[in-house]
Design a protein around this ligand. Structure first.
Ligand code: TDO
Length: 193
């Protein structure tokens, strides 16, 4: 039951499609397997699972990352509803610094997004009552937790929900721009070494 892996054109940001085995009861799916992902070169050690619920369409969370030594690889999926999920390269010195990639992740598509260390992550809900689950490779550390403005013109993400319909936390609405943010060098953020 190896998952299918698709490169999205931005370094190691990957869309992952786990198989679903259906029968008359419903389906079964391996959503994470150390062995199967390891065979694909993705030897990740997850230490925390997160589950967030967003009540409305247009809830935007991000762009978030943690500084070294608490950088996180994130494996994101949606068990109810849908999001537009975004990864931004924030590794100083990277040829794709400030470039972003976005993909719809949904319970219907049953796809996942792997956000590597060195990338900021954010999403906007495309449906009400959306539940996102993601695994991370470093524990939450409030002292290392950082945000970058979702509408930073140097990144210019094409969010698919009009700005008038967005709902953000105060922390995210007042986050610094990428050019003012604390970032790190390209060598620190790699999934495959
Ligand atoms: C992220 C996180 C938050 N919290 C707490 C802090 C706060 O009281 C409450 C809500 O936190 P936040 O506002 O940061 O939640 P949220 O805006 O959902 O933050 C998340 O956004 C997405 C895009 C990510 O990529 C995640 O890594 C994480 O940063 O939960 C934890 O206890 N553990 C955690 O791992």
């Amino acid at each position: 039951m190896s998952p299918e892996v698709r490169a999205l054109g931005l370094d190691e940001v990957l869309e992952i499609l786990p198989q679903r085995i259906g029968d008359e009861r419903g389906f079964f799916s391996e959503t994470w397997s150390a062995v199967r992902f390891g065979e694909l070169g993705l030897a990740l050690t997850f230490v925390q699972d997160n589950h967030s619920y967003s009540a409305a369409k247009g809830v935007l969370r991000g762009l978030h990352y943690q500084l070294p030594p608490f950088m996180q690889n994130k494996l994101v999926r949606v068990v109810k509803g849908a999001v537009f999920d975004v990864a931004v390269d924030i590794r100083r010195g990277s040829p794709t610094f400030a470039k972003w990639v976005g993909v719809e992740i949904s319970a219907r598509k049953w796809n996942q997004l792997l956000i590597p260390k060195g990338f900021a992550h954010g999403f906007v809900t495309l449906e009400a009552d959306t539940e996102v689950i993601y695994k991370v490779t470093s524990p939450y550390s409030p002292a290392h937790d950082r945000s970058i403005r979702f509408d930073d013109p140097d990144i210019a993400i094409a969010w698919p929900v009009p700005s008038t319909e967005l709902q953000l936390s105060d922390k995210d609405r007042t986050a610094p721009l990428l050019r003012q943010a604390e970032v790190f060098g390209v060598a620190e953020g790699r999934v495959r070494r």
